[in-house]
Write a protein that binds this ligand. Structure first.
Ligand code: ADP
Ligand code: 5GP
Length: 204
């Protein structure tokens, strides 16, 4: 069976990764989100097993020792990791998988899966990014400053990505993302991998 593809989304905090990933998953089938493990505390409105698997640092370290992560990284003092078994089983079943991970994680994924599709999201401006982070209400002012400072250095990794989507208008940005996924499904090697389809065409 044809393998699924890995789609990786990264962006500075507050650009809109979570919002756009949700939109994409509502609009397109055959792709599922990989729920990461994290040692950070849940935010208001976040639920264990839906937004993240919230685990203790001990549990996370056990998982690292057991080689349970495809990639993992420390971000803003917390650990985050992608479950290896979850992702590999879905790819093997031919399902596309969406990862919302930071640039350190994206580099690890690129090494393991050179054919993964890396998408970087940009805010329309710094002032809009700051306003989104502030309006989300998840950070106090010192953490907000830290996230804004990190955002500028994270942009330096943008050239390592295959696509850039500017998240100004939400619907348009969601359309861009959807187009990237659909275009990859139409690539010749993927179509050729569907032997059944090709044979059916040849015999008709
Ligand atoms: P991230 O996951 O990248 O940290 P979020 O998806 O949590 O970012 O978005 C940060 C805030 O910005 C949220 O309050 C969200 O509702 C808002 N937001 C995201 N995209 C847009 C957009 N295109 N226009 C306006 N607000 C947006
Ligand atoms: P937040 O705490 O705002 O949800 O996420 C903080 C950062 O951690 C974001 O850049 C997000 O993409 C990243 N992140 C979330 N899950 C993972 C993961 O499994 N691995 C890595 N490397 N980064 C992650």
């Amino acid at each position: 069976m044809e393998q699924g593809k890995l789609f990786v989304i990264s962006a500075p905090s507050g650009v809109g990764k979570t919002t756009l990933c949700r939109r994409l998953l509502e609009q397109i089938s055959g792709i599922s989100f990989s729920i990461s493990y994290t040692t950070r505390n849940p935010r208001q409105g976040e639920f264990d097993g839906i937004d993240y698997h919230f685990v203790t640092q001990n549990r996370f370290e056990e998982m690292v020792s057991a080689d349970a992560f495809l990639e993992w990284a420390r971000v803003y003092g917390n650990f985050y990791g992608t479950s290896k078994s979850e992702v590999l089983s879905r790819l093997e079943m031919g399902e596309d998988v969406l990862l919302d991970i930071d640039v350190q994680g994206a580099r690890q994924v690129r090494r393991l899966f050179p054919e993964a599709i890396l998408i970087f999201l940009l805010p329309p401006s710094w002032s809009v990014l700051e306003a989104r982070l502030r309006d989300r209400g998840s950070e106090d002012s010192s953490r907000l400053k830290l996230r804004m400072a990190n955002a500028k250095s994270e942009l330096e990794a943008m050239h390592e990505y295959d696509f850039v989507v500017i998240n100004d208008d939400l619907s348009r940005a969601a359309e861009d993302l959807k187009s990237i996924v659909i275009a990859h499904r139409c690539r010749t090697p993927r179509i050729l991998a569907r032997q059944g389809l090709i044979q059916a065409l040849e015999s008709s």
